[in-house]
Design a protein around this ligand. Structure first.
Ligand code: NI
Length: 253
């Protein structure tokens, strides 16, 4: 009953997607949200969710694609939101790590997609790096719910997002040695957490240096369950419940 709420399963990263899915299933990972980041990957996500029963899709234009996207890519997302297996708009957000100079364009792209989420009552999967304040202020302009993927902020930021109705996505970063994140996440209610791998990135310890895959949800869940001193079964129930409530409860999908 483990769920990978955020991964990027594309042919460009995985030669044998059947095998990746099968190996994850064998480790108890039964559902996935495959996230698009640009028009090309959005199309691939649509093809794959058609092929795999237990794979859902999120369609979105990632802030790193801010200079390449066109309005027809946004229209493409809108046109496919009626697909019963498209359960979120993502991966969208703000990333000022490499590209501060495109702040305004990034906010514009983020807002275009947040208005779609608001219009169609569909949750969002948010990427925010070095852009906490702008992310919070932009999200507050829309009636949307969703998850802050790969959350790595302070306890104050965690509380703010939770107050806004957002869940926090926890991945392999929490297993890294120098992660203060452990202390922050320990103080977050379990009802606000989702587990994710962000495959093929952010491989958890002790597998760093190899390519990540959704099967590693098992390792992340084991780590988080230990952190909270609960069983992996209890944790996976709580997170599955959080997942269902956010993505499946209100959208007839
Ligand atoms: Ni991602």
């Amino acid at each position: 009953m483990l769920i990978d709420s955020h991964c990027h399963i594309y042919k460009e990263y995985y030669d044998d997607i059947d095998k990746v899915i099968k190996e994850a299933n064998d480790k108890g990972v039964t559902k996935f949200i495959n996230n698009g980041t640009d028009n090309k990957s959005n199309k691939e996500v649509l093809a794959l969710i058609n092929q795999y029963d237990n794979m859902y899709g999120a369609l979105g234009i990632h802030p790193e694609s801010v200079l390449e996207y066109s309005l027809s890519d946004i229209k493409f997302i809108e046109d496919n939101l009626s697909n019963p297996k498209v359960i979120a708009i993502g991966e969208i957000g703000l990333d000022y790590h490499y590209s501060k100079e495109e702040k305004d364009e990034q906010i514009k792209l983020f807002e275009l997609q947040l208005s779609l989420a608001e219009k169609y009552h569909i949750p969002v999967i948010v990427h925010s790096r070095d852009a906490t304040l702008d992310t919070i202020n932009t999200l507050k302009k829309y009636h949307v719910k969703g998850v802050i993927h790969s959350f790595s902020g302070s306890i104050e930021t965690a509380k703010e997002y939770i107050k806004m109705g957002f869940l926090l996505g926890v991945n392999g970063v929490i297993t890294f040695k120098n992660a203060n994140l452990k202390e922050v996440i320990k103080n977050v209610p379990l009802e606000s957490l989702l587990l994710e791998t962000d495959s093929p990135y952010l491989t958890p310890e002790p597998y760093r240096g190899t390519q990540n895959n959704p099967g590693h949800i098992f390792d992340i869940a084991t780590f988080v369950a230990n952190l909270f001193n609960i069983s992996i079964t209890d944790l996976s129930h709580i997170c599955a419940n959080n997942f269902n409530k956010l993505f499946l409860a209100n959208n007839d999908k």
